[in-house]
Design a protein around this ligand. Structure first.
Ligand SMILES: Cc1nnc(-c2cnn(C)c2N)n1CCCn1ccnc1
Length: 115
């Protein structure tokens, strides 16, 4: 029978996986563009083009303050980082290539850990 509600064990182990995944992303050699929020005052056009800025330090803050209700909302913020990057940067730029590498790495790791 399908489980009605998540047990606390499930959500705490999912939370542990989120912390581990985020630590791996932050340690990746291609993480440098994504570690802190884009300074939209210094980057012309960013504030207008990117409606929902996101970065790894903001995700960490949200994770440690129990902002994420479930795994899906955590994964959605991670993907927002890479979607913003793809929207604002040329695919062949240094930042565009870093975003592509990080997205591939993330997809590989979370499917290994969670599926
Ligand atoms: C993430 C991200 N997406 N676009 C940028 C960016 C920042 N300045 N410019 C001209 C961009 N296209 N970023 C932040 C990259 C942060 N960074 C840049 C150098 N070291 C970190």
């Amino acid at each position: 029978p399908a489980r009605k509600s998540k047990t606390s064990k499930d959500s705490s182990s999912e939370l542990a996986v989120c912390h581990m995944l985020l630590a791996e992303l932050e340690a990746h050699r291609c993480a440098w563009p994504f570690l802190t929020p884009v300074n939209h005052k210094a980057v012309p056009g960013y504030k207008k083009v990117i409606k929902r800025p996101m970065d790894f330090s903001t995700i960490k803050e949200k994770l440690t303050s129990n902002h994420y209700l479930n795994l899906e909302t955590f994964i959605a913020d991670i993907n927002l980082v890479f979607d913003n990057c793809k929207k604002f940067n040329e695919d062949q730029s240094e930042i565009g290539k870093a975003g592509y590498n990080m997205k591939r790495f993330f997809n590989k790791r979370w499917t290994e850990l969670l599926q």
